[in-house]
Design a protein around this ligand. Sequence first.
Ligand code: B12
Ligand code: SF4
Ligand code: SF4
Length: 356
Amino acid sequence: MDSKQILYHRIKRELRKKGFPLVSATGAGPFHDLENRLENMSKEGLSFKFQSPEIEEKTNPRKSMNDCQSIIVVGMPYYQKDDDNPPELWNPPVGRLSLSSRGEDYHIVMKRKMNEVMEMLNRDIPGLSYQCHVDTGPLIDRYLAYKAGLGNYGYNNQLINETLGSYIFLGYIMINQDFSQSDDHHKGEKFRPSCAGCEACIKACPTGALEEPYRLNPDKCLSGILQTKGMIPDKYRPLIEDRLYGCDECQKVCPYNQGLEIEIDSAFRKEPQNAVDLEKLLGYTNKEFKEALGHNASSWRGAGILKRNGLIILGNLKGSAALPLILPFLKDSREDLRVSAEWAREEIEKFKLLKE
Ligand code: B12
Ligand code: SF4
Ligand code: SF4
């Protein structure tokens, strides 16, 4: 083994010790095949609002790090069993968090661990330069994971690993060392999720956001809708059910996610566990919100958006005991909160009339 291989295996070992069972390297591009895909997605209006339209930045790692020579891609599992309590039994009412937004924010957890490993190595190895990214970096995480052999795409767009399924967060380290030949990069391509004849995710999607295999319309995806500011269109409000942030439906049904017995980082099990008390949420000042939920992935868009989602959930749960929580929002200065509160009140009142 030459010194480069020794370094690569040391990084891999240290990352595994930190809780990344999936670690593999790929080259530094540019990724011309991805360029075409992104151009087509943009033409068809399938790019998400928050995404930068800059295609070169996403496909050429050297635009963001000019001495990047390869990319180490990591995966961290996050599946935990849901305690499937039916919402009507919840008192006070709560909003459900998807499995990807439980406990401490994965961006913080993963970046902290990746940086700890790299800082330790940097003390021993002069001239090492690197960038650690999770979700918010310049490149396309799933594409890198596929290139590095961590898994393959399912019809639901998820990057699926043969043994860990798709409940895995992805991250990467851009580095000024060429580790691109240090792994068998084709092992992911060899694994093909047996999607043909399955389509369970497409059928399970509540909104039809999976319009066809591998085609996700982000404007229809509840995960996107729940984090987009402004009014939630009427037709999606009932489909939100009790979801406060994120959606698991297209992963829950996937055969690759059944019977998972996976060790996950304890940070993802911290409070709030699987749900947020709506009574508390709707009463929070911004400061209280930060203290209670600031460490959670659902909080990045601020308190207002989660309060709006919470009001919609109260309309869906239809319990008249929730009316006192809703009424103060009928006069809120924010239009999305006023309209959501009005809608929730109408839903509860219609239901009350039906019962009488
Ligand atoms: C914007 C975004 C969203 C948008 C969707 C945007 C979109 N059009 O896809 C919204 C808000 C809707 C969203 C939702 C979710 N997201 Co998101 N999201 C992102 C983000 C920030 C960018 C994605 C992006 O640019 N997509 C554009 C397309 C080109 O890339 P892609 O969808 O990631 O991957 C495709 C390409 O690689 C493509 N591809 C490239 N070449 C080829 C060639 C062939 C032949 C084929 C078939 C495909 C293919 O295949 C993939 C699927 O089409 C990434 C993080 C990142 N920076 O990459 C996270 C990320 C994709 N999200 C993630 C997660 C966990 C979710 C949710 C599960 C969260 C939740 N529980 O609610 C849902 C799942 C929805 C779904 N079914 O995909 C994880 C996925 C992990 C995994 N195992 O796949 C990521 C990687 C974040 C992370 N670092 O862990 N997300
Ligand atoms: S996350 Fe939910 S809404 Fe989005 S594609 Fe999957 S099932 Fe559909
Ligand atoms: S649910 Fe079926 S079609 Fe969808 S990703 Fe999983 S195996 Fe593929």
